[in-house]
Ligand binder design. Structure first.
Ligand SMILES: CCCCCC/C=C/C(=O)SCCNC(=O)CCNC(=O)[C@H](O)C(C)(C)COP(=O)(O)OP(=O)(O)OC[C@H]1O[C@@H](n2cnc3c(N)ncnc32)[C@H](O)[C@@H]1OP(=O)(O)O
Length: 382
């Protein structure tokens, strides 16, 4: 939705009859807010424009009761979703929230505090296992447990879910996922299975499968281009998720390893469906059944990686390119990505559910438990 459109939706003045007892914001204030909105110089970003649209509709027409637009009508669907998400919020409350939102945008602009105003990198708070930053229209999510080879523990799964949900809605054009230090990531933290009492095994498996399903769903549904910058070795789930990324750039130091059968487990991240499509069934079998570890050059030849760069110039070359990509029109990129992916979404969610069901059983198997024990006894490094 263009900024002009968001302003335009605010123009029609529908005069509503309200009592002062239920109307903290007067109709006059509401109309004034509509006029003020037109004076904003900076585009407040899609998320905010959708909020404004939804609050305006709710304030003037009440709860959304129009039919849901078709899946491919992205703009209408986004607007409908935003309005519908307000549920039964009263018209008075919607008017008040609309007026407050406009007022906060005006204050932020006059204080020069809009997010776009600063070209500096901004670091998002509240994360411990990942670093999330935004700069040059790129939100970067970086695995950050370098001393554990960036192994993904439960906290990291949850933080990545949160970071992806926020990045999907923020003003950035693209999002990047990468690792801090020597590794991209060594995949699932095997400590996620440690110290579980025999009576709690089933619960551990059930909770793990639910968390995994939610985690992978965030990649399936991510609404803008998602780029993996694979700075070093990648293992397990970090490799399977590459099939859900839109571009994969790799250092020539990176390797790609999915040792699921060695661990008594089974593929996830929709790889059981996407890997055969990407590389053909025979090659997918070598990776997913027989633990074949690929070099970056092999992964590129097999179609899993877009391009490989010499490690010495990897960061410089990749980030220069991403900066240029992120200056492209963001709405165009988002709708194009959705066109490329939308036909597969339902299928991918079904595959994700099935993979999680199978893994839930695997985690209770002797084959899996023995593999975990042997990792901790240091008999079996990959
Ligand atoms: C909610 C649950 C969802 C589950 C989703 C399903 C996901 C499946 C997968 O991802 S399967 C892949 C799992 N990963 C592995 O099996 C890798 C295990 N790690 C290793 O084999 C090695 O550590 C190594 C090859 C990655 C690196 O070897 P090396 O260079 O010799 O370093 P260290 O082993 O000394 O590593 C340093 C330190 O980190 C610990 N560590 C590294 N990776 C993991 C890991 N994945 N899980 C747990 N711990 C890990 C390692 O044990 C060392 O700890 P220490 O210093 O010994 O205390």
């Amino acid at each position: 939705m263009e900024f002009r459109q968001a302003q335009a939706v605010c123009i029609p003045a529908v005069h509503l009859h309200m009592t002062t007892a239920t109307m903290p914001v007067s109709q006059k204030d509401f109309e004034k807010a509509q006029e003020q909105l037109k004076l904003l110089k900076k585009d407040p970003g899609n998320e905010t424009k959708l909020k404004l649209y939804a609050l305006f509709k709710q304030a003037t027409e009440g709860p959304c009761n129009s039919p849901k637009p078709g899946m491919l009508d992205f703009v209408k669907k986004a607007k409908w979703d935003a309005w519908n998400s307000l549920g039964n919020l009263s018209q008075d409350n919607a008017r008040q929230k609309y007026t407050e939102l406009v007022s906060s945008l005006i204050s932020a602009e006059s204080a020069g505090q809009t997010k776009d105003a600063s070209p500096e990198e901004s670091r998002h708070d509240d994360y411990e296992t990942i670093i999330v930053t935004t700069k040059n229209n790129i939100t970067k999510i970086m695995f950050n447990r370098p001393e554990r080879k960036n192994a993904i523990n439960h906290q990291m799964y949850r933080e990545i879910i949160k970071a992806l949900q926020e990045a999907g809605k923020d003003d950035s054009t693209i999002a990047v996922i990468t690792g801090n230090g020597e590794y991209y990531t060594s995949g699932n933290d095997l400590n996620n299975f440690a110290n579980v009492q025999p009576n709690d095994m089933e619960k551990m498996a059930k909770d793990g499968a639910e968390l995994l399903k939610e985690f992978v769903s965030c990649f399936i549904d991510f609404p803008k281009p998602l780029i993996a910058v694979v700075n070093g070795p990648a293992i397990g789930i970090s490799v399977t998720l590459l099939g859900l990324c839109d571009i994969v750039y790799a250092s020539d130091r990176a390797t790609f390893h999915t040792p699921f059968s060695q661990l008594g487990q089974s593929p996830e991240g929709c790889s059981s469906y996407l890997f055969p499509k990407i590389m053909g069934l025979a090659k997918a079998n070598e990776m997913l059944l027989f633990n074949k570890k690929l070099t970056a050059a092999e992964a590129c030849a097999w179609g899993l990686v877009t391009e490989v760069f010499p490690d010495g110039t990897f960061q410089k070359e990749v980030w220069e390119r991403l900066k240029a990509y992120a200056s492209l029109p963001k709405n165009s990129l988002a709708v194009s990505k959705q066109l490329l992916r939308s036909m597969e979404k339902e299928k991918l969610h079904a595959v994700n559910s099935q993979e999680c069901e199978v893994l839930k059983e695997r985690w209770l198997s002797d084959e899996c438990l023995n593999a975990i024990v042997s990792f901790f006894q240091r008999k079996s490094k990959l």
